[in-house]
Design a protein around this ligand. Structure first.
Ligand code: PPS
Length: 571
């Protein structure tokens, strides 16, 4: 075999010896320090433990340019991904070339020091074009490059002090050298790695089985738990799923290890990168699928990469990567045979069953059946726990409207009706109540109103995340702020905006608190509708009229809306 491992010698790491680490850590406390971003922490971990061998630190300018343009370091070694330390201009400006800096995690623990040999402002659009194929913000890594990453890149060699701390699934995390030692100990001379950022279903199990059988190799399930594509199933859920599936593999031939990689979704380049990383982890074979590490559609609705671009680029560099590619068979279920087959080998006339990712998410969302031929009951159960049907998830109802429009009254009625139904806790964040408990120091300037509404949004998003119902009833006069709240909440559940559209004339005529009179007399400044703006919603989920309509009926309209959105179950 081409890529048999005969002698799994350790791979170079960037850590100092245990004796020196304590001393270096004490000295490093006096250095200028940089607080690493979550992505930089992932990168640093793999730099230090040899996962990114032959890199010796964050790329300097020449290596960076060479990687971007030619997929190679300046010395010619294959390396497809720019691993850069991006910082803000203010931080970069206070450094001198040659200076050592301390790299800290988000709690302030010093993980490494770096000698700054390079500092430059990169051409990010060029990086996007060359590395990701297009300068298009629909690509998650391009969006990160332009909207999250700092303007200036720093480069230089790293001296590792300690590994980043993980409190989750400790026993399942291995450095390249730990995996190498494990393979050596068990006498595994050929190991095929399976990279994944998704839960494993039966089709994945079939394909990994096949891959291992074809390569006559042992199998390493090597899921990414660092950063994956935004919107993916969180890694906690996934790892519980993997653990459930691992029982279905023969223990003597298969193992699983978690990889704290920050993916870039760079398709072909990413596949080559993944291969090099697996090589460093002691593997000999690597499964590359259709659309490997694909970022989804571009802003024109087209795929960023061709479905087999990744396989082609990998194949071209196979020798240099030092891993044999095992191409992914798209496995489908054949009903008549009650078995999985590669799509190309389906017996003629037989019925193929398949459930796409989108269809799976729909079934989870609506609490519909997921058949046993598709996945394992334990996996489905885990996924259902994290993505319960909408009628069991938290959500937020956000009333907006003028003072005295009836927001609070309707919100109260809605709360009582939801409590009568039971099932989920309900919290009412009424304008006046919030101003008493959360925002007592704030006034009514635009700035203060925005702070007030964002606080409400934060609390509502936490309630939604934890499966409760938040009912908010502030004036919330600004469209942009309402939208910011919507985005906060929609990370965790539905956001239902209800415009209580009582006219200014009617509110003023009612003047329930006597405030409009005072506002007209100039005794209250910046009063919404009188001396301050109210931007009417244009895309609210529901608009309710209150003139000549009973409160009970208004609240009922909201309930019907919630039911039609699947947020409360009928009956
Ligand atoms: S905002 O704009 O969303 O932050 O306002 P909100 O927190 O909902 O507070 C509105 C209540 O505060 C009283 N009040 C005023 N409203 C508008 N403008 C000014 N200048 C003002 N001063 C005091 C008023 O009672 C509002 O209560 P509601 O329930 O809306 O009538």
């Amino acid at each position: 075999a081409k890529f048999m491992q005969n002698n799994l010698t350790p791979i170079p790491e960037l850590y100092v010896s245990a004796d020196s680490a304590q001393k270096l850590k004490t000295e490093a406390a006096d250095l200028v320090s940089w607080d690493l971003t979550p992505r930089q922490i992932c990168d640093l971990e793999l730099l230090m433990n040899g996962g990114f061998y032959p890199l010796k630190g964050f790329l300097g300018e020449n290596d960076y340019n060479s990687v971007v343009e030619n997929m190679r370091l300046e010395d010619g070694s294959l390396w497809p991904m720019p691993i850069t330390l991006d910082v803000g201009t203010d931080f970069a400006d206070k450094l001198e070339i040659g200076q050592d800096i301390a790299l800290r995690d988000q709690e302030g623990v010093i993980l490494a020091t770096m000698t700054v040999t390079d500092r430059w402002e990169a051409d990010k659009s060029n990086e996007a074009e060359k590395v990701f194929g297009a300068d298009d913000l629909a690509h998650p890594a391009v969006n990160y490059l332009h909207n999250t990453a700092g303007r200036i890149y720093l480069g230089g060699p790293i001296t590792g002090i300690q590994q980043p701390v993980h409190y989750d699934f400790k026993a399942r995390r291995d450095t390249p050298n730990e995996l190498r030692a494990y393979f050596r100990k068990l006498g595994w001379r050929k190991v095929v790695a399976f990279q994944t950022r998704n839960p494993l279903h039966r089709a994945h199990q079939e394909l990994t089985f096949r891959a291992a059988r074809e390569a006559q190799a042992n199998l390493l399930i090597h899921p990414v738990v660092g950063m994956t594509k935004p919107g993916d199933v969180d890694h906690f859920t996934r790892v519980r799923c993997y653990e459930a599936v691992l029982d279905k593999y023969p223990a003597a031939t298969t193992t699983m290890s978690l990889l704290n990689l920050a993916m870039r979704m760079a398709g072909p380049r990413e596949a080559v990168w993944h291969g090099l990383i697996r090589k460093n982890h002691g593997c000999t074979h690597f499964i590359v699928g259709r659309d490997h590490a694909g970022p989804g559609k571009n802003s024109q609705g087209q795929d960023f990469y061709g479905p087999y671009d990744a396989q082609e680029l990998f194949k071209k560099h196979e020798e240099e990567i030092g891993l044999e590619m095992v191409d992914f068979k798209h496995m489908v279920y054949v009903q008549e045979k009650a078995q999985y087959f590669p799509v190309s080998e389906v017996p003629e006339g037989d019925t193929v069953l398949d459930i796409s990712g989108t269809e799976l998410r729909r079934r989870l969302r609506e609490g519909l059946e997921i058949p046993e031929w598709f996945s394992f009951p334990e996996v489905v159960q885990e996924l259902r726990r994290t993505s319960p049907p909408r009628s069991k998830q938290g959500f937020t109802v956000f009333f907006t409207g003028l003072s005295g429009s009836g927001k609070s009254t309707i919100a109260n009625a809605l709360m009582v009706k939801l409590m009568e139904m039971g099932g989920r806790p309900v919290t009412l964040l009424d304008g006046d109540v919030v101003r008493k408990h959360l925002s007592s120091e704030l006034g009514f300037s635009k700035e203060h109103r925005d702070i007030n509404i964002k606080r409400i949004g934060y609390v509502a998003s936490e309630i939604t995340k934890n499966g409760g119902i938040a009912i908010c009833a502030p004036i919330a006069p600004y469209t942009a702020t309402r939208r910011a709240v919507r985005e906060m909440v929609e990370t965790y559940g539905a956001f239902v905006e209800v415009h209580v559209a009582t006219s200014l004339e009617e509110c003023e005529a009612r003047d329930r608190k006597g405030l409009y009179k005072l506002a007209r007399e100039g005794k209250i400044k910046e009063f919404t509708g009188i001396s301050d703006p109210y931007e009417s919603p244009t895309a609210a989920e529901l608009v309710v009229e209150t003139e000549n309509v009973e409160v009970d009926h208004c609240a009922h309209q909201v309930l019907l809306k919630l039911e039609s959105m699947g947020l409360i179950s009928g009956g």
